[in-house]
Write a protein that binds this ligand. Structure first.
Ligand code: GDG
Length: 477
């Protein structure tokens, strides 16, 4: 056990994507996104290993090196992808943890696959980690890994971070395997959430379901202290700064505006997901056009909906619903050369996204529930010019940090949403600048590097929390 990695990240997906080059040869490329760029430097410094799936079913690959990181692929059969990933992760946990905005599927075969695949990840981590290593497990697909790994390797320090919301007791209670999930998470030394409210939900559940002793932020379990803390994730400000400093990106932003007829641009960028409130924002916009508050040609809505989880039924239904709505609104209100909505069901590279952020007068982020929402923070990070307005749902994690600068909205309230869109559209440059400045201060000071550092230093510094023997007596709850 003397060799192996001192730092191990366990995530459903590896941090690389396979692209086929012009010569027809497949190559790995680092996946875009903040999580990977925040963790990659730590990985290099600590000779880390990342354990994850390549994204292709039925593929058994040997460990390999890429971009200075050791990568350890985990195989998933086509059936496991269907039951563990599309099933229990995305048809059960995802809707349950997002306020049940869609109905969760409770299926025993899906659960069995979730247990099986989680065990495979835990066994790989147990094999790869050096003595007393740090293991950082990511997200809802792998909630059983902390406990399974601790049983195999009690010497490790195990951290877990949940990227999505953690539901209140009343909703979590529905889950037939609720106890198992909670015990799974309690295998960690530190369980991280986006918001303090989610950490509080977790502590409350441990008390109610497991009768565990607790303090406000700690659970005493199995002779250990399990810390529950909030670490709001953020974006890679440096990467975005580089992008918006590029001549080609600035030119592209200008070109987008020209192509849109120099209309006022409202922008939405989301994975096509029912949690993101895409239909609500399009409905509100459609009504504003219908009522004459917005004229075709004067303002235009650009909605990027990145394809996501396309084999899950609820995602197929949502796509049909959105496309019908866009078709209806455009059919009724567009004029030749002036569609009121530009809807793109595809994904773009980071430079194109940055150009879109620069071209947008109003960024519209209206999730019904969202752990954080990085798009909102990316928009703010890109608007060095202090122009533009952010319309932001109260139900995003980001709202907690950006509430002073954003135009906050309850996306269920379509009239309220319409009023807020108009207020954002009509904001004077001085007001835009005032709002943008406060939001930028927050995002720049709390970027994704800081997020990773704060999580890891909390994980590595147990001195600050009370030893298990000092656990308080159980309280009535
Ligand atoms: C989960 C939680 C939490 C989007 N389209 C394209 C593209 N994107 C990028 C965005 C952004 C990311 O994907 C989406 O992040 P979000 O935070 O908005 O949403 P989720 O995917 O649901 O993320 C969320 C997050 O995890 C992190 O903890 O904030 O609450 O649900 O970075 O820019 N990127 C590229 N092309 C696209 O077309 N390259």
């Amino acid at each position: 056990m003397s060799r192996g990695s001192e730092f191990v990240v366990v995530a459903n997906r590896l941090p690389v994507d396979r692209n086929v080059g012009a010569d027809g040869v497949p190559r790995w490329r680092r996946s875009p996104g903040g999580l990977v760029s925040a963790i990659a430097p730590v990985m290099r410094r600590r000779k880390g290993t990342w354990i994850g799936w390549t994204g292709a079913p039925d593929e058994q690959l040997e460990p390999f090196e890429e971009d200075g990181m050791s990568l350890h692929p985990i195989a998933q059969s086509a059936q496991e992808v269907e039951l563990y990933y599309e099933g229990f992760s995305n048809a059960t946990l995802w809707p349950l943890y997002h306020d049940v905005v869609a109905t969760p599927v409770y299926d025993r075969a899906m659960w069995d696959a979730y247990v099986r695949v989680n065990r495979r990840f835990a066994e790989a981590a147990a094999k790869v980690a050096s003595k007393n290593a740090i293991v950082w497990v990511q997200d809802y697909q792998l909630q059983l890994v902390p406990q399974m790994l601790r049983e195999l390797r009690p010497d490790l320090r195990i951290g877990f971070f949940l990227h999505i919301p953690f539901p209140p007791v009343e909703l979590f209670w529905q889950l037939p395997w609720r106890r198992r999930i909670l015990e799974g998470l309690l295998g960690a030394d530190l369980v991280g959430f986006q918001l303090p409210g989610a950490a509080a939900n977790f502590v409350r559940l441990c008390r109610r379901l497991l009768d565990a002793r607790f303090t406000k932020q700690d659970v005493f379990w199995d002779d250990r202290v399990v810390r529950a803390r909030a670490f709001p994730i953020s974006v890679d400000v440096g990467e975005l700064n580089d992008l918006i400093g590029r001549e080609d990106v600035l030119e592209r932003a200008q070109e987008i505006r020209t192509d849109l007829g120099d209309a006022t641009v409202l922008l939405g960028v989301d994975r096509l997901d029912y949690t993101k409130g895409i239909t609500q924002r399009l409905q509100a916009f459609g009504e504003l056009v219908e009522e004459g508050h917005i004229k075709p040609g004067q303002a235009v809505f650009v909605q990027i909906a990145t394809p996501s989880r396309e084999r899950v039924e609820q995602y197929q239904l949502l796509r049909e619903e959105i496309e019908q709505l866009v078709g209806r609104i455009n059919g009724e209100h567009s004029e030749i050369g002036f569609p009121v909505i530009h809807y793109m069901h595809s994904s773009y590279d980071r430079a194109e996204l940055a150009a879109l952020y620069l071209a947008a007068d109003v960024m519209v982020v209206t999730p019904l529930r969202d752990g954080m929402n990085l798009v909102a923070k990316e928009y703010v990070a890109c608007r060095k010019d202090l122009r533009g307005a952010l319309v932001l749902s109260e139900f995003t994690g980001a709202a907690a940090e950006l509430k002073r600068g954003a135009f906050q909205v309850n996306p269920y309230d379509i009239d309220g949403l319409k009023g807020t869109l108009m207020a954002a559209l009509n904001a004077e440059p001085a007001e835009q600048a005032r709002r943008m400045r406060v939001m930028r201060r927050r995002v720049i000071e709390h970027d994704v590097d800081r997020w990773a550092q704060e999580f890891l230093s909390e994980l590595e510094n147990p001195a600050r929390s009370a030893p298990a023997e000092q656990a308080p007596p159980a309280l009535e709850g």
